[in-house]
Design a protein around this ligand. Structure first.
Ligand code: SAH
Ligand code: DHB
Ligand code: MG
Length: 222
């Protein structure tokens, strides 16, 4: 069992359960045409995030790492009327593509794309006394995951759900000796979640069109 079968099962699941959607398809094709890397979540993963946010009843969502806005659109569509999503992106070119995709999806009044290094944006929100978020999706540069977790906790309330993307990296996460700063960033992030009494956490491996990877999930206890 390997990539070809994982991809064909993902194609089958997506065809069966994740209806074709013009806005989402065009968000991906415009991202590709603009030369953005294909680092978006898969369609069935996007729908999974969307359903998690709905199950949780999220009204305020924070995303760290926008790229072309693909996961942003999935998450923003989970919000009720008056809901709000803030997404953080360092690269102005990505943010411009994302903003166009979000606009086309009719979500510009719901989503704020915040351009700049995410640590700066998060610190600014903390300092400004931004209201807590209900659901946080961490999916930017993995070496900064520990900082993103610490700052996310300052923008959380009991019950906030924190999802981390790409926590498996083809299994490298289990290699304590890895010289990859992304792997070490994820390992420190998981250690922080384990050690922090404010959090209850787990992680799940996934295979599919995006290869062998996984998500972490944490709930803020107090
Ligand atoms: N969530 C997106 C994929 C995000 S890819 C989706 O699933 O559709 C990761 C993104 O994080 C890239 O667009 C990259 O430019 C951005 N990024 C990398 N370092 C960053 C930083 N320090 N601050 C904010 N964004 C950053
Ligand atoms: C990479 C980043 C991602 O967020 C992702 O989902 C896949 C790949 C990367 O940097 O390689
Ligand atoms: Mg990712």
């Amino acid at each position: 069992m390997s990539q070809a079968s994982w991809s064909s099962v993902d194609a089958y699941f997506s065809k069966m359960l994740v209806p074709e959607d013009g806005c989402l398809k065009q968000a991906l094709s415009d991202s590709e045409a603009a030369g953005l890397p294909p680092h978006n979540v898969a369609p069935n993963q996007g729908k999974f995030l969307h359903l998690l946010a709905r199950v949780q009843g999220a009204r305020r969502i924070l995303e760290i790492g926008t790229l072309g806005g693909y996961s942003t659109i999935w998450l923003a569509r989970a919000l009720p009327d008056e809901g709000r999503l803030v997404t953080l992106e360092a690269d102005p070119k990505n943010a411009a593509i994302a903003s166009a995709n979000i606009e086309r999806a009719g979500l510009s009044s719901v989503v704020s794309v915040c351009v700049g290094p995410a640590i700066d944006s998060l610190r600014t929100m903390v300092a400004a006394g931004e209201s807590p978020f209900d659901f946080i999706f961490i999916d930017a540069d993995k070496p900064n995951n520990p900082a993103y977790l610490e700052l996310s906790l300052q923008l959380s309330r009991p019950g906030t759900v924190i999802i981390g993307d790409n926590v498996v990296r083809e299994g490298e996460v289990a290699n304590a000796m890895s010289s990859d700063a992304r792997v070490q960033g994820v390992r420190s992030f998981l250690e922080m979640m384990s050690a922090d009494p404010r959090l209850s956490a787990t992680a799940i491996q996934t295979v599919g069109s995006k290869g062998y990877d996984g998500f972490s999930m944490a709930v803020v206890e107090s």
